[in-house]
Design a protein around this ligand. Structure first.
Ligand SMILES: Cc1cc2nc3c(=O)[nH]c(=O)nc-3n(C[C@H](O)[C@H](O)[C@H](O)COP(=O)(O)OP(=O)(O)OC[C@H]3O[C@@H](n4cnc5c(N)ncnc54)[C@H](O)[C@@H]3O)c2cc1C
Length: 392
């Protein structure tokens, strides 16, 4: 077994590192370290401008075909890109338009939809959010109740979505709504493209326990959108949402973020002279996390190599997601234990250590085991599809 990257892949990694070194201004991270509850406009503008620079190099959607603004690059390049972005804490490593709206439109969209929307996603001009979850429909997404009714040439939408990341920043939303309330629940759902500034849409912030404004509630009150904003076939939306799309599913970003924080912790332990023989537990714990990071990486590379070989990862992607998100929590706990009470201090405190990153990671890593499918849901997938255990 050879786990090495090819010389071409290594050269691409170097190119990204060089780009990030040149393009991210000195001390840019300070703007992101001191967070406001709202997530400041300055942070957002900085991230948007940076995203457009990536788009100019065709890196934003690098695995997409060139006619839609990508490079047609292999999936492993996408993985390397995501890994470097996350490791270097570059802003906006993740973009829903690129990750699933675009790939879905390539499969199910009309020619008009492809031409109208794909280049604007790849160029970073338009930002998308995902309008799936509802107060009564998360893991059991097929229970969603938001209604879309066709009236003449328009769909009329009513209902509520929740946990919508970037709804307050997005230009467009990718919406799953019920179009046939009498059909079995999986067979009455359709998918729509919704302009987030349409009359009747209200976005209300939800502040997470780290004090950040990332997600929102979104209310639809007789929102009217043109008929041709439907994606694919009516009432076939569930299958469109569920289909394993050709986007990067390796969860490498989470592992790379953890690796960077783990390296910070090692540096701090060195500086504080904790790595001495009278405190063996510090070295042991850091070594243990080091092993876990290696495991997480190879689980991620395994998913990518399956995709590269043209296979659709299934339970393998669940293993990588589960492991990477729970690794983040184990690392945050280790950081908390090592730093003691200092670990709880916010980045704004004058006595903070490691720029408050342990406190922030401890709080934000909780969401990682919920968003994108909870750990229990991932374990169910691994048990049934991976191990062939019975469902009920
Ligand atoms: C940071 C973050 C960002 C998000 N962004 C978006 C977004 O942009 N758009 C969007 O639509 N949604 C988003 N979500 C919502 C996310 O998809 C849901 O939170 C997730 O699917 C879980 O649904 P729920 O919160 O309703 O919990 P529930 O499904 O109600 O689950 C509650 C608990 O029950 C457990 N459980 C549920 N079903 C089972 C089962 N069959 N077997 C065992 N245990 C089970 C769960 O694991 C969990 O512990 C985001 C969530 C987070 C945390």
């Amino acid at each position: 077994m050879d786990f090495r990257f090819t010389p071409e892949e290594e050269a691409f990694r170097d190119e990204i590192r060089e780009f990030l070194r040149k393009e991210l201004p000195p001390n840019w991270e300070e703007m992101f370290d001191v967070e406001t509850a709202e997530g400041s406009d300055a942070q957002w503008d900085f991230a948007l401008q940076f995203q457009r620079k990536l788009a100019k190099r065709r890196w934003l959607a690098l695995a997409w075909p060139p006619e839609y603004g990508g490079m047609g690059a292999p999936i492993m390049h996408q993985v390397i890109f995501n890994e470097e972005m996350a490791y270097n804490r570059a802003p906006l490593a993740f973009n829903m338009g690129v990750a699933w709206v675009g790939p879905a439109l390539m499969i199910y969209g009309t020619d008009w939809q492809k031409q109208r929307f794909l280049p604007a996603i790849a160029s970073g001009e338009e930002i998308w959010c995902t309008l799936y979850s509802e107060p009564g429909a998360g893991s059991d997404l097929a229970s969603l109740q938001t209604r879309a009714v066709l009236e003449g040439d328009e769909w009329v939408i009513n209902g509520q979505k929740i946990w919508t990341t970037y709804a307050h920043r997005a230009d467009w939303g990718y919406l799953a709504a019920r179009t046939d309330p009498d059909a079995p629940k999986h067979k009455g759902i359709s998918v729509f493209l919704v302009p987030m500034k349409a009359p009747g849409i209200t976005v209300q912030p939800l502040i997470n326990m780290a004090g950040q404004h990332g997600f929102n509630q979104v209310f639809f009150d007789n929102v009217r959108i043109p008929k041709d904003y439907l994606v694919g076939e009516v009432n076939r939306g569930w299958y469109q949402v569920a289909v394993a799309l050709d986007f990067e599913r390796s969860s490498i970003s989470g592992v790379a973020r953890s690796q960077r924080l783990w390296e910070d912790l090692i540096g701090f332990a060195r500086q504080e002279r904790w790595l001495t023989s009278n405190r063996p537990q510090v070295r042991l714990r850091l070594a243990e996390i080091g092993v876990e990071i290696e495991v997480g990486k190879y689980l991620s590379y395994r998913v990518a190599s399956l995709q590269q070989a043209g296979k659709i990862p299934n339970y393998e992607a669940s293993i990588a997601k589960l492991y990477s998100s729970e690794l983040g929590q184990r690392l945050a706990r280790t950081g908390m234990q090592l730093l003691g009470l200092y670990g709880q201090l916010h980045s704004r405190s004058p006595w903070t250590r490691l720029k408050g990153r342990i406190e922030r990671y401890y709080l934000t890593s909780v969401a990682e085991t919920i968003g994108g499918g909870t750990s229990e849901v991932q374990r169910n997938v691994i048990a049934t599809r991976g191990l062939g255990l019975p469902r009920g």
